[in-house]
Design a protein around this ligand. Structure first.
Ligand SMILES: Cc1cc2nc3c(=O)[nH]c(=O)nc-3n(C[C@H](O)[C@H](O)[C@H](O)COP(=O)(O)O)c2cc1C
Length: 381
């Protein structure tokens, strides 16, 4: 394979088409999308991606235009080889409709879901509000999805077909009126875990969805321990990450990590949506929790402290407020081996993956690193 970075012609085409996409998104597509209600824009994005993914020549063209490849971005985390450390975080592609488009655009991986044992309609609409002044979305979807039986079957197909992108599936507890006690919740996770065995490159266990009827029952050392006592019994060849909450003081966060360290957990995704609205002007009747820039600083702090105290015990996937290569690099230097995002895809457009990859490669070279992994945790004393 010839890397784009090593082919002067392809590199020039990639640069020019990324700039073209950026302009087209900023002055055209974004205006259309942001002119729609956020819930409708979300549906339209999913439908467009699903249909575009079926047009093979279009996908070929997309890859030629914007997929930037560079050996410095290749990395191995939790035994999985990635073309680059960037992934789509959970929540946008709930039902696995976008994997073909994301792969052609050059994502290193995507997280499908969160998906749950039973299909669920999630919370009443609206699910989303935009906060452009904070580069943030308010999210109150409540884990709407087609159910893990269907979703994981689609993930398996994408996993089998994919060549350059890795697939992770996020599993969560069903959010509906049939939820009972914690034992029922654990069984819900177990069913989805069982369904995911061998059908993706990674599994992410989402314990921290802030928008459900039963609440975050497993963001608590005792119940978390019980949950993983059961999940550990499901033999799985792929690594497991846990999606951590954002709004926890370090001592409480550390208690959760101490529990996870005793179980078959390979990595932690830091972190989920921010609940705290302090300092932000948001209509009080808007339900939901915050993505994007408001999630950046706290996520970095938790990444850094986790890397400092647990070192190699957990691989860290850093997420929250990554819009620029510098912000991604900061997460890596704080201890993240992988970097994910959702909001910047909405606010900046699909070519932002290329901007992030190219920019990260430049930053790594500027600082004398030969690989991403050499920079992981370099800022942590
Ligand atoms: C529209 C939307 C839906 C989300 N749904 C989920 C979800 O189902 N499961 C999950 O673990 N996180 C979910 N999240 C949280 C994201 O995965 C991520 O942790 C958070 O948005 C911070 O990243 P960002 O600043 O790049 O958006 C969602 C976020 C957004 C914006």
């Amino acid at each position: 394979m010839t890397y784009v970075s090593e082919s002067p012609l392809h590199n020039a085409v990639n640069k020019a088409s990324t700039a073209l996409f950026q302009t087209a998104y900023k002055y055209g597509v974004k205006k259309v999308i942001f002119g729609m209600e956020p819930d409708d824009a979300h549906e339209a994005t999913i439908n467009f991606s699903r249909n575009a993914g079926k047009i093979a020549p279009l996908m070929w063209l997309l890859r030629q235009m914007i997929d930037y490849t560079d050996p410095i971005l290749e990395t191995k985390v939790m035994g999985v080889d990635f073309n680059n450390p960037f992934g789509l975080s959970a929540g946008l592609d709930k039902n696995c409709d976008m994997s073909t488009v994301l792969e052609a655009a050059g994502f290193g991986f995507e997280t499908v879901g969160s998906t749950t044992a039973r299909p669920s309609d999630g919370n009443p609409r609206p699910w989303f509000h935009r906060l452009p002044e904070y580069a943030s979305m308010m999210v109150h979807a409540g884990l709407a999805n087609d159910g893990s039986e269907k979703v994981i079957n689609r993930v398996e197909k994408a996993y089998t077909k994919s060549t350059t992108m890795r697939l992770s599936v996020s599993i969560a507890r069903t959010n509906d009126d049939f939820t009972k006690d914690d034992a029922e919740g654990i069984e819900d996770y177990r069913i989805s875990m069982e369904r995911a065995v061998g059908k993706s490159h990674m599994i992410e266990v989402n314990i921290s969805c802030p928008n459900t009827r039963v609440g975050e029952r497993f963001v608590n050392p005792e119940t978390l321990d019980k949950l993983f006592d059961v999940l550990d019994t499901v033999e799985h060849p792929q690594p497991v990450l846990v999606k951590m909450p954002q709004d926890k003081a370090w001592p409480e966060f550390k208690e959760l990590l101490d529990v996870l360290a005793e179980h078959k957990v390979d990595g932690v995704t830091i972190a989920n949506l921010r609940k705290d609205r302090t300092g932000l002007t948001i209509p009080t009747d808007w339900k939901g929790n915050l993505s994007g820039m408001p999630a950046y600083a706290k996520s970095n702090e938790l990444i850094e402290r986790t890397y400092c105290d647990y070192g190699e015990r957990f691989a860290i996937a850093g997420v929250g407020g990554v819009f620029t290569p510098e912000q991604a690099y900061r997460k890596i230097r704080a201890g993240s081996s992988l970097v994910m995002f959702v909001s910047s895809l909405m606010f900046r457009g699909p070519q932002n993956i290329t901007t992030l990859k190219r920019g990260l490669a430049d930053l790594l070279r500027r600082d004398g690193f030969d690989t991403v992994s050499e920079a992981v945790g370099i800022d942590v004393a």
